[in-house]
Design a protein around this ligand. Structure first.
Ligand code: NDP
Ligand code: 8X3
Length: 305
């Protein structure tokens, strides 16, 4: 006769999967259910001065992580640090960590600058704040034009930031994570990494590259305790289109005409879920779209007034 009694999870050898502190490999207590937590972990967010990155930093800090904030605009990072930790401004002008602060560091880093990325990573390692989580978010689109008319300087900006910058950040932190046997890289891809749209050529290519790099690194780190994931948003109303259209805010806002686009916070919710997954779970690849979008080519817009 079949028993209805449920059993604790076991390893393949029949042993309970238990860590040193008597906690299961799920990172939770033996009988607890539910998602994991980022509490007490160090989370680096690149591109934290605006949009999705800023929202991720706020959210991860609110969930109990200690955040390290990178972007080029240092003034914005310091004001974000001040909203996360009201004591920040009084204590910190250098951007260094102070004991007990939810902000573990702030630095002006252009991810295109390989030497700067490696130097800042070394600084974090030296002060014992190698991130447990890296939200590899810094990125941009520059222009929207057919290849035949595109501006090669814009191509450089996109490829150098979205592809090489993302790689430099991974290269700087993965070896530390591998040595430690734990860590989580969360790359911000895009629907544009799955489907190409007219005149999106190079931006889409950069996000297709993010997909390939994420999948490749995920294969390479298999069995090491390090996870690599991608969160791929659709249309999100941030400063993205203002940057793409070089400050033309009217053209930028027309991208979102008639739809309720994602906010940075909507994407941060997903990133927070991915980051908090217990160690035996890798939420490897998430596509998050506004309800009014069903792909790069399918957007439902409410008719204008
Ligand atoms: P925003 O323009 O609002 O924010 C971009 C962030 O990236 C800023 O903090 C900016 O900071 C930073 N950044 C840009 N270039 C660099 C650089 N060279 N070095 C360091 N930081 C840099 O755009 P989003 O928040 O929308 O974009 C964030 C990510 O999300 C990007 O990778 C983008 O491709 C992706 N994405 C966006 C979508 C959208 O519809 N908005 C949809 C899908 C993906 P600073 O200028 O201070 O350096
Ligand atoms: C940003 C979203 O559709 O503008 O990656 O490329 S889209």
């Amino acid at each position: 006769m079949q028993s209805n009694v449920s059993r604790h999870p076991t390893t393949s050898s029949g042993r309970r999967a238990e860590g040193a502190a008597g906690v299961t490999q799920s990172g939770r207590g033996p009988t607890a259910r539910g998602h994991g937590s980022v509490r007490g972990r160090v989370a680096l967010v690149t591109g934290a001065s605006a949009g999705i990155g800023e929202a991720c930093a706020r959210r991860l800090a609110a969930d109990g992580a200690r955040v390290v904030l990178w972007a080029r605009r240092l003034d914005r990072l310091h004001s974000l640090a001040g909203t996360i930790d009201p004591g920040w401004a009084g204590r910190n002008s250098s951007g260094a960590a102070s004991e007990g602060s939810p902000v573990a560091g702030v630095a002006s880093v252009d991810v295109r600058d390989r030497a700067a990325v490696f130097a800042e990573a070394r600084r974090l390692a030296d002060q014992g704040t190698i991130p447990d989580i890296v939200v590899n978010n810094a990125g941009l689109a520059a222009g929207l034009a057919p290849v035949a008319e595109g501006d090669p300087d814009n191509w450089d900006r996109m490829i150098d930031t979205n592809v090489k910058g993302l790689l430099f950040v991974m290269r700087a932190f993965l070896p530390h994570m591998l040595r430690r046997g734990s860590g989580h890289i969360i790359n911000i891809g895009s629907i544009a990494g799955r489907q190409v749209y007219p005149d999106g050529n190079v931006y889409c290519a950069s996000k297709f590259a993010v997909r390939a790099i994420t999948e490749g690194a995920s294969q390479e780190t298999l069995g090491t305790g390090v996870r690599v994931s991608a969160v791929n948003p659709g249309l999100a109303e941030t400063e993205f289109s203002i940057v793409r259209f070089a400050g033309d805010s009217q053209r930028a806002s027309s991208v979102y005409d008639g739809i309720r686009a994602l906010s940075g916070d909507d994407v941060a919710d997903v990133v927070a879920y991915v980051a908090a997954a217990p160690p035996h779970v890798n939420v490897a690849d998430v596509l998050v779209l506004p309800s009014a979008q069903a792909g790069a080519h399918h957007v439902y817009r409410e008719p204008g007034e």
